[in-house]
Design a protein around this ligand. Structure first.
Ligand SMILES: Cc1ncc(COP(=O)(O)O)c(C=O)c1O
Length: 369
């Protein structure tokens, strides 16, 4: 006898949405293990930030300020733009969704490099548009020339991710400017800089230096990574007012809470921010040390400029991730390509290097980085 259909199975939904896998979150870490699967910041929140969140708790019977004006003004001052040129969202992923929806609809195309942030394909499908994925170069960076060549008169958005999640490569400033010169001025370009604060390569693009230069460029940043506020959901976009106004129309209203904006503002206070950026320095140094050690072991780890490294384990991806899991290290496996390992607590480093050191020969052979 056939199993009965689950309740709701017959309800008419958009077939392309019903077929989408739900967002897959990293596995939780065992009690004595380390969660290196979501590119989170391993440091606990600063006491001043916790205090700001606690103070905001006393007003939770009220809706938040829908436009997060205080935070927008603070960011506008920092970036030398007007508050209308800043849009705050419940994480930069909410801003990506709103901007894609503002520009792309069924029949349109969205161009991005692949492999990149795993949320991109789903966000494009939800808008009704079609993804055009341009393969990364062999060094795991964006192939901006091929991306420019992939633009057609159906293209409505191009997304550039620097540093690229999950491979870690950056786009250089020179390459980005050459790319922008080829892109039509009426085509929206989103520069996703979720990990910019961890970048130490001086040749890297820095969206903050490009503001006001292009009528079609929006830069996205977040408090989730360097500022350690992933759990509160707050990110921002900076770009021309009319583009952000369109995204204001598509974004879910009132989704940024007073606690989130209070935490972001507290994180931008000079003493707090200095401490947060010092922590970023510790993570960047740890990342470089881990990468060096893995290169010495024989792993072909690409340049890593975010708070994570890419282990191109190829066909052995699932097996290597399982071995790491058995050692208490939860990572993000993308079989059969590789494993993204977030740079976490210092105490996780020895086990990481020991396990990967044991697995080099079997997993790297025949899988050039
Ligand atoms: C490249 C990239 N962009 C955007 C985001 C979204 O971050 P959030 O929504 O927490 O700001 C992430 C999170 O992992 C990311 O890796």
């Amino acid at each position: 006898m056939n199993a009965p259909e689950p309740r709701g199975a017959g309800v008419r939904l958009r077939p392309e949405i019903a077929a989408l896998p739900p967002y897959r979150q990293g596995r939780p870490a065992p009690a004595d293990g380390f969660k290196l699967s979501s590119n989170e910041n391993p440091f606990e929140p600063l006491p001043s930030v916790v205090d700001a969140v606690a103070a905001a708790a006393s007003t939770i019977n009220r809706y938040p300020d829908a436009t997060a004006l205080a935070l927008r003004e603070r960011l506008a001052e920092r970036y030398g733009v007007t508050a209308d040129e800043v849009l705050v969202g419940a994480g930069s992923v909410a801003l990506l969704a709103a901007l894609i929806q503002a520009a792309a609809a069924p029949g349109d195309e969205v161009v991005y490099s692949w492999r990149s942030f795993e949320a991109y394909p789903g966000l494009v499908t939800v808008s009704g548009a079609t993804s055009v994925q341009v393969p990364n170069r062999p060094d795991h960076g964006h192939d901006l020339e091929a991306m420019a060549a992939a633009i057609t008169d159906r293209t409505r958005v191009v997304m550039v991710c620097s540093p690229n999640n999950p491979t870690g490569a950056v786009v250089t400033a020179a390459a980005f400017e050459a790319f922008m010169a080829k892109v039509p001025a009426d085509l929206l370009v989103l520069l996703d800089e979720a990990y910019i604060e961890f970048v130490r390569d001086e040749a890297s693009v820095d969206g903050a230096t490009l503001l006001g230069r292009y009528p079609n460029l929006v830069v996205l940043r977040t408090f989730s990574k360097a500022y350690g506020l992933a759990g509160l959901r707050v990110g921002y976009a900076i770009g021309p007012g009319p583009i952000l106004d369109a995204a204001r129309a598509t974004i879910t209203p009132l989704s940024v809470t007073a606690a989130s904006t209070a935490a972001a503002l507290a994180s931008l206070e000079p003493v707090a921010e200095a401490e947060l950026l010092e922590r970023v320095g510790v993570i960047a140094e740890r990342r470089d040390r881990v990468r060096e050690a893995l290169l010495e072991q024989g792993w072909r780890i690409p340049v890593a400029q975010g708070n994570f490294i890419w282990v191109p384990a190829g066909e052995a991806t699932a097996e290597v991730a399982e071995r790491l899991f058995d050692a208490g290290l939860v990572t993000r496996a993308f079989p059969p390509a590789g494993i993204r390992v977030s740079i976490g607590e210092e105490e996780s480093v020895d086990s990481l290097l020991r396990i990967l050191g044991e697995l080099v020969p079997a997993s790297q052979e025949g899988h050039p980085a």
